[in-house]
Ligand binder design. Structure first.
Ligand code: MYA
Length: 452
């Protein structure tokens, strides 16, 4: 997707639209849209994307050149002012009703059965934890693997309105051992100004012994069926892999907090123009916050901080529509799961907030270090201080909390602080996906959503 954003394309666009200064802003925007559509169609034709996806090609996601060209045609229709054309750029890809949804679960290979995971039961939570701890996402060199804590998993899959039926797993009939998992949680999303009831999909995992046997498509079809039976027909998810249905692509940036340890585990290197001592010094963070009144968020801040965040998120094309209860669940501090901070005016109005969640990774092969402790930037809003200052305070808190590295995506306004606060660009992309909802491509800075 980012290919469409190359320098040549945007330079062309600026030249042409600037050329006629008599055009109104609306007309200029229309012309820009036409140019985008034409450019997109041309590049897609040239790209000749021949990848075939046996499963994804059957699913309601934007997936091929034809769809992309259709998007282009719609943009042209909007640009030429045709009534009603705008409606077509958002909406379901496939219209469905609960009545039309299959009633029986999809069949599994012999010896396996469906089960659900009640993560409030310690034993079932352990089963989910162990499957993920040994089989979930690894980096390209298989050096690190996500190690979501048990408390984190409970928090991640039990927001207000969650359904146990959507914490889906596959187990061996004889032994009860888990071989696969996928979860869905309810979350209304705002997509280009339209509120859509969706689920967020996460924790898709197949045991290493059962890889490449097409179990993942069965898990996805079964969770889709179960979600559809609740009257919800669209979903949002992120993945490192490129699949059909992507609406945008963000990049991870990393800020070292414990530089020496990160070098020892092979996560980072000492730059060629620095010594270890210089690099350690350059990566220092404030031990005390600079922002006046900076403190951990508390229950009394929830209503004000919720309003601050929702007003801010309204600036983006894709963001979660959080109720106050959902906000409380996701943002109020939870030990070793999520940290959040605010500063307020004298009368208690929340003016600034920042937050991060805790996602350690196991060091798969390292003899002495078992984990990298990583903080992930979550939702941040600065209204009375520069965002850079607020995030520098946030880095200090993360370090005080024992984190080795602070990770952030280049979504929302994060570009405003990444460079100056010495974040280095990672080699991983994160693709954002919508299932069964049309949406034009979005740039990272137009995304107001961070998934866990
Ligand atoms: S992203 C995290 C994904 N998990 C991991 O990376 C953990 C480690 N890897 C594994 O456990 C396995 O490799 C997985 C694939 C399970 C990923 N998302 O069974 P297979 C397609 C979607 O033979 P396996 C997260 O959790 C692949 O293109 N599809 O493969 C969000 C191929 O299809 P096609 C994926 O390697 C998940 C097919 O699977 C992914 O044994 C969102 C091959 O199946 C992936 N990350 O297992 C899920 N990776 O032939 C979608 C591969 O067509 C939700 N594939 O190319 C959709 C919305 C559903 C709800 C809708 C409600 C309305």
């Amino acid at each position: 997707m980012s290919e469409f954003n190359n320098g040549a394309g945007s330079a062309d666009k600026k030249e042409d639209t600037k050329g006629d200064s008599k055009l109104s802003l609306t007309e200029q925007a229309r012309i820009a849209k036409i140019q985008d559509a034409v450019l997109r169609a041309r590049m897609l034709r040239e790209k000749k994307d021949t990848t075939s996806h046996k499963f994804w090609d059957t699913q309601p996601v934007v997936r091929d050149i034809k769809d992309e060209l259709e998007k282009g045609v719609q943009a042209l229709q909007i640009a030429s002012g045709k009534e009603g054309a705008a409606e077509k750029t958002s909406g379901y890809i496939k219209e469905q009703t609960v009545e039309g949804i299959r009633k029986e679960p999809y069949p599994l290979p012999a010896g396996f059965e469906w089960c659900v995971l009640d993560v409030n039961d310690a034993e079932q939570l352990d089963m989910m934890y162990n499957l993920l701890n040994r089989n979930y996402v690894e980096d390209d060199d298989n050096m690190f693997r996500f190690d979501y804590s048990r408390d984190f998993l409970k928090w991640a899959v039990c927001p207000p309105g969650y359904k146990v039926d959507l914490h889906l797993a596959v187990r061996a009939q004889k032994t009860g051992k888990l071989f696969g998992v996928i979860t869905a949680i309810p979350q209304a999303m705002m997509v280009e100004g339209v509120k859509v009831e969706m689920v967020e999909i996460n924790f898709l995992c197949v045991h290493k012994k059962l890889r490449s046997k097409r179990l993942a498509p069965v898990l996805i079809k079964e969770i889709t069926r179960r979600v559809n039976l609740t009257g919800v027909f669209s979903a949002v998810y992120t993945a490192g892999v490129v699949l059909p249905g992507s609406i945008g692509c963000a990049r991870y940036y990393h800020r070292s907090l414990q530089f020496k340890k990160l070098v020892e585990v092979g996560f980072t290197r000492v730059p060629s123009n620095q010594t270890m001592a210089t690099a350690v010094k350059l990566n220092r963070v404030p031990s005390q916050p600079v922002t006046n009144g900076f403190r951990a968020m508390e229950e009394r801040d929830v209503v004000g901080a919720h309003k601050l965040l929702m007003d801010y998120l309204a600036n983006f094309k894709v963001y979660p529509f959080l109720t106050v209860d959902e906000f409380r669940h996701w943002i109020l501090p939870k030990n070793k799961v999520v940290n959040s901070y605010v500063s307020t005016s004298a009368d208690g109005t929340v003016e600034n907030m920042c937050s991060f969640y805790h996602l350690p990774s196991s060091c798969v092969k390292h003899p002495t270090h078992s984990h990298i402790f990583a903080a992930y930037s979550y939702y941040n809003v600065a209204t009375t201080v520069p965002l850079k200052q607020l995030m520098n305070d946030c880095l200090g808190q993360a370090k005080a909390e024992g984190q080795d590295v602070f990770n952030a995506l280049n979504v929302m306004e994060n570009d405003k602080f990444l460079h100056d606060l010495r974040f280095g660009m990672g080699d991983g992309n994160l693709n954002y996906y919508l299932f069964n909802w049309k949406c034009p491509d979005v740039q990272p800075e137009e995304i107001g959503l961070v998934l866990l």
